[in-house]
Design a protein around this ligand. Structure first.
Ligand code: SF4
Ligand code: SF4
Length: 626
């Protein structure tokens, strides 16, 4: 029998209960209504591709929002009817919304019964939602997100940033040894949805479709087809579609299999529309591995791991990747650097200095504090060589004993690994680990954030354990300790570009900024997207060696943003960023859109300009010679 005066035993008239219920329901109602309005105002219908909800399935979101609004509103209406019936134990100051609603309602027991029934139905809808969300995804994350966050790859930090996920053998416990690996037995990346690990499938099903990853993705923001959200959603839909057949044990060999099932089972994971692929190759190869998606995801989905798994299969099994990358791989395999230059060219920069730099022959010279890992760009690319020389000069001035490997240094393997060619990565990495261990290196300073990341975070996967710092960290410490003193004013407006593999992947945001702050006269201005939300230069993920044919160039987008700060100089701390931004600035200069004097410099070059010990710098000697 319906009793309109029913209430909870014991707590029904506790002030704290009345207040908590009012506050939670009130705040939730405002928040969920705000979200629905935001979805309208910032939805793709109004702002198109810029909307982070582009690609999301809207009716699912509105369905769940309507369910929550219905539930919360019915709480206030029931309370309102109780106020009207003078059967409500809380005063106005504790439950103002309920009293306001009650003032507008008649004292009707029938009305109260009706709304209570409605609330009951809405509550039962929860179970309906529960059933539906199994296939909807958008509500399902409430159950899977805590598990997904708990099982993220780097439990003590951001997931899937820093080291790339190593390739494991079929046991899943040992890194894959290419000497013994068997592509028919061991997983060579992901060529089918079932090749992803359980964590991958959990990632796909956990996506909330919030679009935060998409809104930060440099590829999506420059008009390319890649959206990390869409990749995750497409993989999820494909997994849901295929799962019943996989669970049934249906295979392409199963007798009386239907054509539609056959085509589903044979659907390529990566392929064009004509091939019926789940992920288009243009999506797969547009990723710069910048990590913005991983950093932004509220439920710790590890997009980069999945993109790399698909790349690994495409490169190592299908031999299908952008043709330009072929040259990169050949050069890495044959010459140990992406440009295919001979190894003795790695010492050219030293001859341009006016002091001796010790080069390791077998082991590090006595008393060496740091092995200076120069990197391929730092040794072979003209603009990056200036940074290398600036770092060497600064270390020399500060009295830091350092040595270089010269011709014994090979590419760390980062571009090969990020391209998906794990075999070449392992080959180069093993060679370097052997060299470093034989030389007795323990402390390394690296000028390239990609080398810094690979040496410090990935070489331990292959038995190379070193204390690795980035040059900006070491130089900031030397300034801090008074071993380098910037004195010459540099009267310039400078904006700093965060390299993704220094910032987002390794959380080194402060040292480069500290260096700039110590240089007298420098006025710094941050770009809108900086630090965790910094925008890639377009070079990572081996993109440096691929053509960028679709949409706006990522480096141009970044330079456009830099220009909004009206800089005299753009500073950075990565040779690849320096090259990419430099190229875009040169184009802007040719188009008359940037001042002729605008340049990109590494923070070490900036510091060198300010730190004078009475001698001309190498740059000045060069300028004089010219
Ligand atoms: S890593 Fe960067 S480029 Fe790749 S999908 Fe994520 S945000 Fe986009
Ligand atoms: S940020 Fe994470 S949860 Fe949000 S859409 Fe992207 S992958 Fe899904």
């Amino acid at each position: 029998m319906w009793n309109p005066h029913f209430h909870l035993p014991v707590i029904h008239d506790w002030m704290i209960y009345g207040l908590a219920m009012e506050a939670i329901a009130g705040i939730s109602l405002v928040a969920i209504t705000g979200l629905a309005i935001y979805r309208q105002v910032r939805g793709p219908r109004r702002i198109g591709r810029q909307s982070r909800f582009a690609n999301s399935r809207h009716w699912h979101a509105y369905y769940i929002e309507a369910y929550i609004v219905g539930l919360l509103a019915s709480i206030f209406v029931i309370r309102g009817f109780k106020v009207a019936l003078d059967d409500f134990p809380f005063p106005v100051w504790v439950t103002p919304i309920s009293h306001a609603v009650g003032a507008a309602l008649p004292p009707s027991e029938a009305g109260l019964a009706l709304v209570a029934a409605f609330k009951l139905i809405i509550s039962w809808m929860f179970f309906l939602v529960l059933g539906l969300v199994m296939t909807m995804g958008i509500g399902w994350h409430r159950f899977t997100a805590p598990v997904n966050i708990y099982f993220k790859r780097n439990a003590d930090g951001a997931p899937a940033l820093g080291a790339a996920k190593p390739m494991m053998d079929k046991s899943g416990t040992k890194p894959l040894d290419f000497e013994e690996a068997d592509p028919d037995e061991d997983p060579f990346g992901a060529g089918k949805i079932e090749d992803f690990t359980w964590k991958g499938l959990l990632d796909f099903t956990t996506c909330t479709e919030c679009g935060r990853c998409q809104s930060q993705c440099p590829a999506w923001n420059t008009g390319k087809p890649l959206s990390p959200k869409k990749v995750v959603m497409d993989l999820r839909e494909h997994a849901y579609e295929k799962a019943p057949y996989l669970l049934n044990g249906t295979t392409e060999e199963t007798p009386d299999i239907h054509d539609d099932v056959l085509s589903l089972l044979g659907k390529p994971l990566v392929g064009t529309e004509e091939e019926g692929g789940v992920i288009h190759p243009d999506e797969l190869w547009a990723c710069t591995n910048c990590g913005a998606c991983v950093e932004q995801c509220p439920v710790d989905i590890e997009h980069i791991d999945h993109i790399m798994d698909m790349r690994r299969y495409q490169v190592m099994i299908e031999s299908s990747f952008p043709s330009e990358a072929n040259t990169l791989l050949k050069n890495l395999e044959n010459k140990g650097n992406p440009w295919g230059m001979s190894e003795d060219r790695r010492l050219d920069w030293i001859s341009e200095l006016d002091f001796e730099v010790p080069v390791v022959e077998d082991t590090l010279p006595e008393g060496t504090e740091y092995l200076f890992w120069v990197g391929c760009a730092g040794a072979l690319e003209d603009r990056a060589k200036k940074t290398t020389k600036a770092i060497a000069e600064l270390l020399h001035m500060a009295g830091v004993k350092f040595a270089v490997l010269g011709g014994m240094e090979a590419c760390t393997g980062d571009p090969a690994r990020r391209l998906g060619m794990e075999y070449v990565f392992q080959m180069l990495a093993q060679q370097n680990v052997e060299t470093l261990n034989e030389a007795g290196a323990t402390k390394i300073v690296a000028s390239c954030p990609h080398c810094f990341n690979t040496l410090g975070n990935e070489y331990p996967q292959l038995g190379g354990h070193y204390d690795v710092v980035h040059h900006s960290q070491l130089l900031a410490t030397l300034v801090d300790e008074g071993r380098l003193t910037p004195v010459q004013p540099v009267e310039e407006n400078i904006t700093y570009h965060d390299p993704c593999f220094l910032g987002r992947h390794n959380k080194v945001y402060t040292p480069p900024r500290e260096i700039m702050a110590q240089v007298p006269g420098v006025k710094t201005q941050e770009m809108h997207r900086h630090k965790e939300r910094g925008f890639c230069c377009g070079a990572g993920g081996a993109r440096m060696w691929m053509e960028e044919r679709i949409g706006k160039r990522i480096n141009t987008e970044r330079v456009d943003e830099a220009l909004t700060t009206n800089p005299d100089t753009v500073s950075t701390a990565c040779p690849f960023c320096q090259v990419m931004l430099g190229d875009a600035i040169n184009e802007k200069k040719s188009a008359g859109e940037a001042k002729e004097s605008l340049e990109v410099v590494d923070v070490s070059q900036l510091l060198l300009r300010s730190v004078k010990d009475g001698r001309p710098t190498t740059e000045e000697v060069e300028a004089e010679k010219a």
